[in-house]
Design a protein around this ligand. Structure first.
Ligand SMILES: Cc1cc2nc3c(=O)[nH]c(=O)nc-3n(C[C@H](O)[C@H](O)[C@H](O)COP(=O)(O)OP(=O)(O)OC[C@H]3O[C@@H](n4cnc5c(N)ncnc54)[C@H](O)[C@@H]3O)c2cc1C
Length: 380
């Protein structure tokens, strides 16, 4: 059980907090036309990523022997939380989804895909969702089979983030003829592989759009298969779910900022001759938000520390992601309510936070799927 953050974690927290306050928050008003919270003009982005590199936080979750900063889960959560107090430039601290390649990849795969991704030379995407199966991963129908020409993939994917600019895609397929949890197979598909095509852009509420992918007799070499053949369910899904605790940390950061804004605004906005902060209805909204944020923070930090120490905390991680993403939705909503019309307009970052938090209850485990998982574990 975690009662106090370790000294070095507090130093890291303070360093990133100052960077966010001084470098990122001032950018929020500078590029209001940007379609989402992550996008920045390229020159600004490069300048900031160089500063992050100087701080030693590039590819922060990737182990040091693969060129990353090698932060543990708790430290990583602390950075994520601080970074998401700003709606500008979170991508400069963006984590590469390297853990699956690191754990399952051959030396050749790591050299070809992991090392350049960590250096920021290019990025990949990860594709498991399909029109017929998203939350129910074992229902995917994209097949792979061995032929004289190589391994052939057929099927299509949807909702794939960053697919348009990705140099490679980690694609979840199934060995032809298998069903449900048997025969699932990760494959690394290069963006120029024959028979592979990125389709329509699928616009999203928060501006971070996704894409459809098509595999029409797409041929890949055997060395593109990732992990033990047909065993992606047992060896590859952990990595898929490892981002959940970071989403919970992201929710903490957004909630923290929105609560701060709600408190500030309640003190300066006067109605009927008194500040909003003197009204019980407003005080209770602030009190509820602070209470819920604090409870979630304890759950997230405790789970992250246990994960960092090597404990298997699947259920706790599901609890942390579920409670933090549901908490942040309420905190942003209350902050908006306190701001009145000002909270709905693009003159405040609140409308952006409102859009940013909605998808969090859907990707990387819907709230319903997480509740089922928690209950299954408790009742087994
Ligand atoms: C912004 C965004 C980015 C994404 N990026 C990617 C990406 O990069 N790569 C990728 O592969 N996918 C990505 N996804 C897809 C995401 O993983 C899926 O949306 C998610 O897994 C849910 O699947 P689904 O949308 O098909 O919903 P479904 O699985 O069809 O579920 C629909 C609803 O029914 C509920 N439900 C389903 N089954 C049950 C049940 N048994 N009992 C009770 N309720 C149930 C669900 O909780 C949900 O509320 C992204 C999604 C979003 C929103």
């Amino acid at each position: 059980m975690l009662y106090k953050l370790p000294e070095e974690t507090l130093i890291l927290q303070d360093t990133v907090k100052r960077f966010v306050d001084n470098e990122l928050i001032p950018l929020e008003r500078k590029f209001p036309e940007r379609p989402n919270s992550y996008e920045l003009p390229e020159d600004v982005f490069l300048e900031l990523t160089a500063k992050v590199h100087e701080m030693g936080l590039t590819a922060r979750e990737t182990p040091e022997d693969a060129g990353g900063a090698g932060l543990g889960t708790l430290d990583n959560c602390i950075v994520t939380e601080q970074v998401h107090r700003s709606t500008a430039g979170c991508s400069v601290f963006s984590a590469t989804f390297a853990s699956m390649l690191y754990e399952l990849g051959t030396e050749e795969q790591k050299e070809r895909y992991l090392v350049p991704s960590v250096k920021g030379e290019f990025h990949g995407a990860s594709a498991f969702s399909e029109p017929g199966a998203g939350g129910d991963l074992a229902g995917i129908q994209t097949t792979i089979e061995k032929t004289d020409d190589g391994w052939v993939i057929n099927g299509n994917k949807c909702w794939i983030f960053k697919a348009k600019t990705a140099r490679f895609i980690l694609v979840l397929t199934r060995l032809k003829g298998t069903e449900r949890h048997d025969g699932l197979q990760w494959v690394i598909v290069d963006s120029d592989a024959p028979g592979f095509k990125v389709g329509r852009e699928q616009k999203m509420i928060h501006g971070q759009n996704t894409y459809e992918l098509f595999f029409d007799n797409c041929i890949v070499d055997e060395k593109q298969l990732l992990g033990k053949q047909g065993q992606a369910w047992s060896s590859g899904t952990d990595y898929l779910f490892s981002g959940r605790i970071q989403i919970a940390a992201r929710a903490l950061g957004i909630a923290d900022r929105c609560l701060e804004m709600a408190k500030e605004y309640a003190k300066i906005r006067h109605t009927f001759g008194k500040p909003l902060s003197s009204r019980q209805a407003i005080q209770w909204m602030i009190a509820d938000s602070a209470l819920e944020l604090h409870s979630c923070r304890l759950l997230v930090y405790d789970t992250a520390l246990r994960a960092q120490e090597g404990e298997k905390v699947y259920t706790e991680t599901a609890m942390a992601k579920l409670s933090a993403t549901e908490m942040v939705a309420k905190v942003v909503d209350r902050a908006m309510q306190i701001h009145g019309a000002a909270g709905l307009s693009d003159e405040s970052i609140l409308e952006r936070c409102y859009r940013d938090v909605r998808p969090m209850r859907i990707y990387e485990g819907t709230s319903e799927a997480l509740r089922s998982m928690i209950a299954r574990d408790l009742l087994k």
